[in-house]
Write a protein that binds this ligand. Structure first.
Ligand SMILES: [Zn+2]
Length: 263
């Protein structure tokens, strides 16, 4: 069976930018997996770090269940997602356990460093999948197989220089939008926190607005997620593009490919 994993920084990041594609992959016959690298412990002004961690672990597990995804425990705290060896060994162990054909992760440019470092960790963890001399934590056997990485759009659809990030491909999430919304709404504690800290009126509305915006960019779909496929070197054959398994719900952005001389 083919497998796909979404690796994000914090509880709710998958639901905001990746869950529609994950759900469609499940419908296409993939076994799907869900991992937030950090515990979400800084996402509250009301509760202690430990209390917040417990609340958000429960919420994330509920969200994964709504998505029908296998849940993987976080491995560190918020703002402590560093591109360092102990965390890399843990993420690499999850990759060796799951053996994903598809890895969905953050954009290499994003508004906070936890997201950027998660992206680096996911890429290197996948890169090391067939290297027996790289030790994982826990120790698991290396295995070489084809794996394709896709980067989601950054949180604001822009890089840190305020420039729009243009996706290389779109996925039509219209059919699974309600389920994505339901999974996001499992993160109940985040409603208040995001209103206070980031002036999001409602995180549910934000997700819907972003999905509509990306849909508009696709000129084809109502709700969509956007992706940039990672260069294949070290991962698969040049033409491997497993999101094509989504059939008509997958649309390559020709404008991106032509403008940027994409191979
Ligand atoms: Zn995040």
């Amino acid at each position: 069976m083919k497998t796909a994993i979404a690796i994000a920084a914090h509880p709710d990041d998958i639901e905001l930018m990746m869950a529609g594609t994950l759900l469609l992959l499940k419908n296409a016959g993939y076994e799907i997996h869900y991992m937030n690298i950090a515990a979400g412990n800084c996402g509250s002004t009301k509760y202690s770090s430990e209390e917040t961690k417990q609340i958000r672990l429960k919420e994330a597990k509920n969200a994964a269940q709504i998505l029908g995804a296998h849940f993987h425990l976080p491995v560190c705290d918020d703002l402590e997602i560093l591109y360092d060896v102990p965390i890399l060994r843990k993420v690499a162990a999850v990759i060796r356990e799951v053996k994903p054909n598809v890895v969905l992760t953050h954009s290499p440019e994003d508004y906070m460093e936890d997201h950027v470092n998660t992206c680096k960790l996911a890429v290197t963890a996948a890169f090391s999948r067939g290297m027996p001399n790289f030790r994982t934590d826990p120790e698991l056997d290396a295995d070489n197989y084809d794996c394709t990485i896709y980067h989601s759009l950054p949180h604001t659809l822009r890089d840190n220089f305020r420039r729009r990030i243009i996706p290389g491909a779109f996925v039509n999430t219209t059919a699974v939008h309600q389920q994505k919304l339901k999974a996001l709404s499992a993160h109940i504690s985040q409603q208040d926190w995001l209103d206070i800290s980031q002036k999001m009126n409602s995180y549910l509305q934000t997700m819907a607005d972003v999905s509509l915006k990306v849909g508009e960019m696709s000129k084809m779909f109502r709700y969509a997620e956007g992706w940039r496929r990672h260069l294949h070197v070290g991962f698969s054959y040049a033409d491997d593009d497993p999101l094509k398994d989504l059939g008509e719900d997958y649309l390559i952005n020709k404008a991106y490919e032509e403008k940027l001389d994409v191979v």
